[in-house]
Design a protein. Structure first.
Length: 463
């Protein structure tokens, strides 16, 4: 048996060795899918399995694309790159960096595979353009559930492109992906610290200021201290490096090493939770984890090649869990106030304190994919994190947050919001777009071979 684990080892399933497939070319994928179809066997495609929901858990045939990981071509005239589905974000960025090119969306997690990113909610943050990776997908080469090859792009089978950008592994096997490119533009990064309540009180003007001054803004709310950290990013013109300057010597260190998770919060989290992974953080612990890093980071300012953001995370990194919801801009202040009250109530009644912040990122209105979480307008995320996913009080907190989130028009992340996604996504997203998506999905896969148990439950009322 082959045992598969998600990134934080909290979701695990076994696959018979003869049913775990690692194809090396498209014809292999066709053979696998045709045989599965003839035998009515379900098929699941897995990527890097960074998901913290069970969306990648499958029975029957399980296909890993890890051996189909080549960069196939770069079209500098049309500004696109075509890669095999198993290529990681880190590998593609490394290739493009040498050409002076970059992807439109580069997340911090370089382990992600492009095939999965091409049709999921994988996103960064942006004030100026779509922050969802899949929205910049110009085309895919797909092995359909019948085993045929279909090209879907801005030129061929265009009517299916919005659905493919939300494929979630349910439309067949994505084997190749073509993504738009930009010329490399350095990203200047700086930090601001504010009080949460002050920001909420002046939300309209504060938000306008952030949008006017930055191309990207990533935030962290610290419910225990009332602090708010903004990582402010702005694209700047390239400057030819001076090999004799101190800045040139420091840049590789900064661009590869300064990250909020990888180099400040994760090491501290490892130290604090080494012996007591669910311990409350108070006093000295809170000062170590929050106050000290904030004092250090608020004085940081550097310029980075965006291609260096795709960092490879290692298996010994703490297995924290995301809990990602996005909300319409107009509802965000009321939601955050309730979130802070919820955090306070759990501190007082359950002695439940998370050492990690809740993340904030911005999604512009985006109708490029049918299951986009910002189809109806600009959205802002609140994404609580917790270091010990098995803690029963964390599960209770998640359930309470679900209720608040739904009241404020929230939409959960299919790959990241455990329990919330499977129970809430279908009724929270745009209903007409969902109906259209499921119609296309059924057309592609009439036998439901690519519909695993997770999605059967998620869409139960609509199937």
């Amino acid at each position: 048996m082959t045992t598969l684990n998600n990134w934080n080892h909290k979701i695990q399933f076994e696959v018979a060795d003869n049913k775990f497939k690692t194809p090396t070319q498209i014809s292999d994928v066709q053979d696998i899918v045709k045989q599965a179809s003839s035998q009515n066997q379900p098929v699941t495609v897995v990527g890097a399995m960074h998901s913290t929901t069970e969306c990648m858990v499958g029975g029957g045939i399980v296909i890993s694309m890890k051996k189909m990981a080549r960069v196939l071509s770069v079209d500098e005239q049309n500004m696109t790159v075509t890669v095999q589905a198993g290529a990681t974000l880190h590998e593609v960025c490394s290739h493009l960096k040498g050409l002076g090119l970059q992807l439109p969306v580069i997340l911090e997690f370089g382990n992600f595979q492009i095939g999965a990113m091409s049709g999921t909610h994988a996103n960064d943050t942006s004030m100026t353009r779509s922050a969802q990776f899949s929205s910049h997908v110009a085309g895919v080469k797909l092995v359909t559930p019948a085993g045929d090859i279909m090209e879907i792009s801005e030129e061929q089978n265009t009517e299916y492109l919005p659905a493919v950008r939300s494929h979630f592994g349910m439309l067949g096997v994505v084997c190749e992906v073509t993504v738009r490119l930009f010329k490399t533009q350095p990203l200047h990064v700086g930090y601001q610290i504010a009080e949460v309540n002050s920001f909420l009180d002046g939300f309209a003007s504060e938000l306008e200021t952030l949008k006017a001054a930055n191309d990207q803004v990533f935030g962290m709310i610290f419910p225990n201290s009332g602090k708010l950290l903004w990582q402010c990013r702005k694209f700047v013109e390239p400057v030819k490096p001076n090999p004799h300057s101190l800045a040139t010597w420091l840049d590789p260190i900064e661009s590869k090493g300064i990250s909020l998770f990888g180099d400040l919060f994760l090491p501290l989290l490892k130290a604090i939770t080494a012996d007591h992974p669910s311990a409350a953080i108070t006093g000295l612990g809170n000062a170590m984890l929050v106050d000290l890093p904030l004092k250090i980071i608020q004085h940081s300012s550097y310029t980075i090649d965006p291609c260096n953001r795709g960092i490879i995370y290692h298996e010994d990194d703490p297995g924290f869990e995301f809990y990602d919801w996005v909300f319409p801009e107009r509802n965000w202040v009321a939601l955050v106030r309730e979130f802070l009250e919820l955090s306070k109530r759990f501190r007082q009644q359950h002695k439940f304190i998370s050492p990690l912040p809740a993340l904030i990122y911005f999604l512009k209105q985006d109708q490029a994919s049918l299951l986009s979480r910002s189809r109806d307008g600009n959205a802002i995320a609140v994404d609580p994190l917790y270091p010990d996913p098995s803690n029963p009080t964390w599960k209770e907190f998640r359930g309470a947050f679900n209720e608040i989130a739904m009241r404020h028009g929230g939409i959960p992340h299919i790959n990241k919001t455990r329990d919330g996604a499977i129970d809430c996504f279908a009724k929270a997203c745009d209903q007409e777009s969902l109906k259209r998506y499921l119609e296309i999905r059924k057309k592609f896969d009439p036998k439901n071979l690519f519909l695993n148990g997770f999605f059967k439950k998620m869409f139960a009322k609509y199937l």
